[in-house]
Unconditional design. Sequence first.
Length: 195
Amino acid sequence: MAPSLTRPGGANLPLAFGLALAAGVVVERGLRDFSGAFGGDGGTAAAAPSGGGKNPLPGWRASVTDQGVDFAGGSRIFAPTAGKVLKVGAPGWPQGHPGTNGVLLQLADGTIMYFYEGLSAAVHAGQHVNAGELIARGIPGQSIEVGLADSSGVPLAHSWAASRGDPHTPIGGHGPVNPWARKAEQLLRSFGVAL
């Protein structure tokens, strides 16, 4: 069981979320569903977890950070911590792109990561995985994107931009980096991914 803190009102939060709350990190109410960690009131969100897991992307090279972090050149993708596969496919990817491959993984601390685009899933929805377990294989010649999502698979970067009517982070296109992409970078670094 991951360490937790008790939030005013009695709700337990994963330790990383509690520390972020203590530091005063606040995000708009539009992100109520962030990994289910806030019991629906949604007024606060968190910095990326403290890591301690395994590098999920050995051999991959980071290229661009926009809504998440894009990677190229790798072959295998692993679970960074123990967790549960919520969905396979890319249900929250722009305009649904039904042909897009992906794995939506809820980590042990409640954080939800997406691994989308040029990959082939090696897991199925509902499967529990251990840190270091293979979850997908890269498709040769294609890139992947990794970031943070809500439980339906929508990248939090998209929700953040949409909640502000931000034309500078287009859904379905590359745009400026937003805070959720930076949190994804922070999380990946905590797992030993070189960016």
